[in-house]
Design a protein around this ligand. Structure first.
Ligand code: SF4
Ligand code: SF4
Length: 301
């Protein structure tokens, strides 16, 4: 059976689909959005995190590191990520929990055992299980088997997707998926490429195919990012693109900076240039534009 690489399972989630849900966060994403609040979701391998504020400066990690990736300079423990080979030996000797991995390989049984602890809550709240990430469809085989197992227990299923996966992968999961939370971040392919790393051609083509070929609910999610898509032109174009299509709802998700410390824990720079949140009155205007298209629109989930 396939193994999955996940970085978290969040129980009692109420923002990733209807009702009370468990959200399984897959690790690895084909996009690298510069404002991403979950940078640990991007790489498709386990990674070392250093919560330096917890470091006791005991220097035990320096002693065990086989590649000399850790040094004590300027009265701080620093990790040279170019030398680190992710052996994780340093974690075993860290007395303070400052060093830890993000991402673990799990079996289907392990995930099913965890999420089915709350089966009763799903049934009583019309909730279920959401596959999120990262991009769950990057681990197509594991995602498909997990969906099949959930459906064999009549558990409601949602896929939260960036939309970038081969259409054949979408086709394979359709019979076992009740809804898609589908991100539409930008319609301009060049702007999409410059700020997420890839063009949006496949994403828009997949959405079109889903709307034509799937009976699953489609919920559109738009992260509203200052300097990227927070303009009237984008929302007018979005309304025109979706008009007349069977969209269950559109959620405008506000930008936040809560994920920025995690970039430091992973030894990376926070890549987004603007930390300004979109003003509330602009969000209301964008909502009105989409509502004129006949859609149910929410600010936030
Ligand atoms: S994970 Fe291994 S190579 Fe990387 S810093 Fe720790 S001990 Fe060194
Ligand atoms: S082993 Fe942990 S607590 Fe000790 S110096 Fe290294 S990171 Fe800090």
């Amino acid at each position: 059976m396939p193994q999955g690489l996940i970085f978290s399972i969040q129980r009692f989630s109420i923002q990733d689909g209807p009702g009370i849900r468990s959200t399984v966060f897959f690790k690895g994403c084909p996009l690298s959005c510069k404002w991403c609040s979950n940078p640990e979701s991007q790489q498709n391998e386990p990674e070392l995190m250093h919560r330096f504020q917890n470091c006791q400066k005991c220097r035990a990690c320096i002693e065990v590191c086989p590649t000399n990736a850790i040094a004590y300079t300027d009265q701080q423990v620093k990790i040279d990520r170019k030398l680190c080979d992710n052996c994780f030996d340093c974690i075993d000797v860290c007395c303070s929990g400052a060093l830890e991995t993000t991402g673990q390989y799990v079996s289907l049984d392990e995930v099913i055992d965890e999420v089915c602890r709350d089966e009763l809550y799903y049934r009583n709240s019309e909730g279920g299980v959401t596959l999120s990430g990262g991009e769950p469809l990057m681990q197509a085989e594991f995602a498909l088997e997990l969906l099949k197992r959930l459906k064999s227990r009549s558990i409601d299923t949602t896929i939260d997707t960036c939309g970038h996966a081969p259409w054949s992968v979408f086709e394979s999961v359709l019979p076992f998926t009740d809804r898609f939370l589908f991100d539409l971040k930008q319609l301009d392919p060049n702007l999409h490429r410059s700020e997420t790393g890839i063009s949006n051609d496949l994403i828009i083509a997949n959405l079109d195919q889903l709307l034509k070929n799937s009976s699953a609910e489609i919920w559109i999610r738009v992260p509203v990012i200052s300097g990227f898509n927070d303009n009237q032109d984008y929302f007018t174009r979005l309304k025109d693109l979706l008009k007349g299509r069977k969209i269950h709802k559109i959620s405008l998700l506000t930008y936040h900076k809560w994920g920025t410390p995690k970039y430091q824990y992973l030894g990376r720079e926070y890549p987004w240039h603007s930390e300004v949140e979109c003003p509330a009155d602009s969000l209301e205007k964008f909502k009105s534009t989409l509502t004129e298209g006949g859609f149910d629109v929410t600010i936030g989930f």
